[in-house]
Design a protein. Structure first.
Lengths: 427, 263
């Protein structure tokens, strides 16, 4: 029998008992639908991440944080107090902070051309031009490169400048982000003994929140954050340990020297991350979640594959005499096997086409509703929850066909094995 | 004489094992020549269906040889045997075995479809075969919409479509009334006479058997008698097993194609 005739026969055979085929197909549709949604969700979020981070030109920076102690997370009960083991003021290690010595080390490394540091800065309040005072916490100054701007841009790191999130526009009584640019805020910071010092800062940008969590709070310039930290330290008695949350080391020719710098940092107990590394970490989390969700969809498909086995076994049983006749008339085992596994594949194709189609429609419609400007997730800049990944869709399609084929092998082998005489005698 | 188209030597078929063993065929040796019409006659359980299955390469003997055109087939691969069946044999069954979901034409062209012949050639040859049997006007009908005689004619068309050397007919008139039976008998014998097709008929319809050139009478797995020559026979009246030549519809014993009879 020719392949074309086999295919046609398989198709018309599956359409013979329509209800049974339809029910089996529905099971496949459910699996395909779920897989399409979960993979689309992963693709959508990762595309969002790529889009947001893709535009940044600051590719020559490595962010440095202290390395976590490997066993810091897992402890059996609280550790006993050891009076001898006090934390040295100069040593940021283990506190999650970088010490001044660490920063010096970073500055001294090969290929490092400059270091910006991130200090912990505590605010008392921010005061609007009209005198209203607002509670606030700064975002990291070094996050300025990750922010998405509705107006203006990142603060100049050396100037007393600041950006505000969109929902702060009301302190100026406006809805237009442009109106906020150039306004002056009063920044008030407490010192160690509770006195408050005020100074002025210029608003240079209005940020939108992003998925990376940047832009939901005011971002100070580096200089402004240091100023606040200096005020915080005033009145402190004794030696105030200099501590930094992280450092941004500017590297010459990052592409060539990235690994060398990272290795050098690791040797000093420090951990270097580029923006790309951070994106990769974020995407790894998204991927992990996608895979877990897809795992459930795969379980649904597994159940559906038993539906195919069942349907085809019934079909083989019902068509015993037909199989006997075809074999008597000279159809080879291999062809009989192919005919029945093709029927399984046809069921798989029908299920996956319908399921993937419905999944795409549902995904894009839901995405449109959720992320519309007035939708529940409209506040995130450029967020898309569902994306089309042609390779993933192709992969799902192939996967389902392979599963269907495998499910069809058992009934097909049964059909192929039938003895024509016995089969023709079957009542 | 030329090489026999079918030949057997010491053909033995045993079913089962140990005490339950059943010797369906006990060492048969005979020849069937090209263009001959041979009837294998016997009661249920005599081994005639088993013999036909072995001759038609649907089953393998326990021991002994079946040779097609002088070539032993027992050593051939299953795939080759399937192809041989497809190319050299035609089959007519008592129960027709027509696919109810397909048209008459599709049923008739099934052997060509299995052989891998293109659609257009299939349909053309199918129509030709149907015309020969005066069934061309039913080509588009569902196979289930036909009468018994029409169904059997469709079966014969299907058996003829690959221009077979040998036509096997297993109780071809078993499900037909007497008038239709006669038509079908005549069609089969005309094919043998006019087209030189070798005809092997398994039957216990004496009427049909008597029209064949040779009759192998079987009993308990052995050929007990061999008759030659077309008998200008006695009976338009009665089949071997029938009553007193009742008029139509005449039914043969229904268990003839059944389990016991076939082995």
């Amino acid at each position: 029998m020719k392949s074309l005739d086999l295919t046609k026969s398989a198709l018309s055979n599956t359409l013979r008992s329509k209800l049974r085929t339809a029910l089996t197909v529905i099971a496949i549709v459910i699996g395909a639908f779920t897989l399409t949604l979960t993979s689309g969700l992963g693709a959508g979020i990762n595309q969002t991440v790529d889009r947001i981070f893709g535009g940044f030109g600051v590719d020559d920076v490595i962010y440095v944080v202290p390395q976590m102690e490997a066993d810091a997370q897992e402890q059996d009960g609280p550790p006993e107090y050891d009076p001898e083991a006090g934390v040295e003021p100069e040593d940021g290690f283990g506190t999650g902070m970088l010490s001044a010595a660490d920063v010096e080390i970073v500055e001294g490394l090969d290929h490092v051309v400059g270091v910006d540091t991130e200090v912990a800065a505590q605010l008392e309040y921010l005061q609007a031009p009209d005198g209203g005072q607002y509670q606030a916490q700064f975002d990291f100054a070094l996050n300025d490169v990750l922010a998405e701007f509705a107006a203006g841009g990142a603060p100049d790191r050396g100037e007393m400048q600041i950006t505000l999130p969109e929902d702060w526009l009301e302190i100026f009584g406006t809805e237009d982000p442009e109106d906020a640019l150039g306004q002056t805020l009063i920044v008030a910071a407490p010192n160690a003994v509770g006195q408050t010092t005020e100074f002025e800062a210029e608003v240079v940008g209005v940020t939108q929140g992003t998925l990376a969590g940047v832009g939901f709070t005011p971002i100070p310039s580096v200089a402004l954050a240091e100023e606040v930290a200096d005020i915080n330290a005033e009145g402190y008695e004794g030696q105030m340990p200099e501590a930094y949350i992280m450092a941004a080391a500017e590297i010459e020719n990052l592409e060539a020297n990235e690994d060398a710098v990272k290795d050098a940092l690791a040797a000093e107990g420090l951990w270097g991350l580029t923006v790309e590394d951070q994106i990769a970490m974020f995407e790894a989390v998204i991927d992990a979640i996608t895979w877990i969700l897809s795992g459930f969809a795969l379980i649904a498909l597994l159940a559906a594959s038993f539906g195919i086995v069942n349907t085809l076994l019934m079909s083989v049983q019902e068509r015993t005499r037909e199989i006997g006749l075809m074999k008597a008339l000279g159809m080879s085992r291999a062809r009989v096997f192919t005919l029945f596994s093709m029927e399984a594949v046809v069921i798989g194709i029908m299920g996956s086409v319908v399921g993937i189609g419905l999944g795409l429609i549902a995904g894009f419609v839901t995405n449109g509703l959720l992320t519309a400007d007035d939708g529940p997730l409209g506040g995130f800049a450029e967020l898309s929850l569902f994306g089309l990944d042609p390779f993933a869709i192709g992969g799902i399609f192939l996967l389902i066909i392979i599963i269907a084929f495998l499910a069809g092998t058992l009934p097909a082998a049964r059909a192929a094995k039938k003895d024509p005489i016995e089969a023709l005698r079957y009542e | 004489m030329s090489t026999p188209v079918l030949e057997t030597e010491n053909l033995v078929k045993v079913y089962g094992r140990g005490p339950a063993q059943f010797h369906a065929l006990k060492g048969l040796s005979f020849q069937i020549h090209r263009g001959e019409s041979v009837a294998i006659v016997g009661k249920s359980g005599s081994g005639k269906s088993t013999l036909m299955h072995l001759l038609a390469l649907l089953d393998e003997p326990t021991s002994g040889v079946v040779a097609l055109d002088g070539r032993p087939v027992s050593k051939l691969k299953p795939k080759t045997v399937s192809a041989l069946r497809n190319e050299t044999f035609g089959f007519v069954f008592q129960q027709f075995f027509l696919n109810p979901n397909q048209s008459v034409l599709e049923n008739v062209t099934l052997p060509l479809k299995i052989a891998g012949v293109s659609r257009s050639e299939r349909d053309q040859r199918g129509m030709h075969a149907l015309e020969q049997l005066e069934m061309a006007d039913k080509a588009k009908n569902r196979a289930t919409d036909l009468s018994g005689g029409q169904k059997q004619r469709v079966c014969i068309a299907r058996a003829l479509i690959n221009n077979p050397d040998v036509l096997f007919a297993d109780e071809p008139t078993g499900n037909l009334d007497s008038a239709t039976s006669e038509t079908v008998e005549n069609i089969l014998l005309n094919l043998q006479r006019d087209h030189g097709i070798t005809l092997v008929v398994v039957t216990h319809d004496e009427d049909l058997a008597s029209k064949c050139q040779r009759r192998l009478i079987m009993q308990d797995g052995e050929i007990v008698e061999e008759q030659t020559g077309v008998r200008v026979s006695s009976s338009r009246k009665a089949p071997i097993t029938g009553g007193q030549g009742r008029p139509a519809p005449r039914r043969r014993r229904l268990l003839s194609f059944g389990r016991a009879g076939a082995r």
